[in-house]
Design a protein around this ligand. Sequence first.
Ligand code: GTP
Ligand code: MG
Length: 311
Amino acid sequence: MDLMKDFWNGSRRALARAITVVEDEREGFEDVMKDIYHHTGRAQVIGVTGAPGAGKSTLSDNLVKFYRKQGKKVGVVAVDPTSPFSGGAILGDRIRMNDLTLDQGVFIRSMGTRGSLGGLSRKTADAVKLMDAFGLDVILIETVGVGQSEVDIVKNADTTLVVLVPGLGDDIQAIKAGILEIGDVFCINKCDRDGADRLNIEIEMMLDLGESQDWRPPITRTVASEGQGVEDVIQALADHRKYLEESGQIEIRRRERVKDEMIDMIHDRISRRIMQKIISTGEFSGYVEQVYERKNDPFTVVDSIVENILK
Ligand SMILES: Nc1nc2c(ncn2[C@@H]2O[C@H](COP(=O)(O)OP(=O)(O)OP(=O)(O)O)[C@@H](O)[C@H]2O)c(=O)[nH]1
Ligand SMILES: [Mg+2]
């Protein structure tokens, strides 16, 4: 495929197109993923999550600039589970990072749901793999919000940075969504405002309540809009990376991710094939009628359909 030739030659347009092909499951997308798989697993993947407006993008910009200074190539996947838009220059993030997009060493991609929230985590994972195979050294996954879908999305990262803001009751929101459990590094941003000490204490208390582990998530403080404190975040991310490698946790996490991905794919394949079979017999609408007219209950009918298929 011409597309992949350009991809391997380092064309950023080809990378963008490859992501679209995979995202839309266009013809040949599985071949693309098969092709690149052996070249993945090299990038440092960092998830950035937190409440809307916490300063994730501002902080990400700072991180990108720092990694660029180190000569690393950087990718950003900005995922918005609340937005139906993908790819295009619609998100504010694209505009904010405009000066970065002129840099050949930076690749930015936004992703939305395109109507299917379920697949967003997998699509994010695929986009990360494509960027990884393309040769980007650091990949940031930025998600908006603190719900379950965001938690699923950042599970694609090796290290998760949780951005909180003082004085917003963020703490409570974060705890509800289970975001404290996924944080490897915390960042209290907007420290130019009051309440950072209080929030810091609250996070510490929550961490004390959790199971004690080898890695105690550090709490950093920034004023991202001024670039203050960013080195501390970078250092904490590097420390976590080192911890993952030295403790062998990185292998455990990545193996777990491979397992989850494979189980997902199996589910997908099986249900697709079974559904095809069921629908193609034409008997299905008859079953629906039976249940609708209460001649039979859905449990009995569905059980017998599945029994028949598995025979
Ligand atoms: N006062 C103050 N404002 C900040 C700081 N960091 C970011 N901001 C501002 O906060 C606003 C939101 O910042 P973003 O970086 O867009 O936040 P975000 O978390 O990416 O927002 P969403 O993507 O919409 O969830 C912007 O107006 C920033 O300029 C900070 O440290 N202090
Ligand atoms: Mg943002």
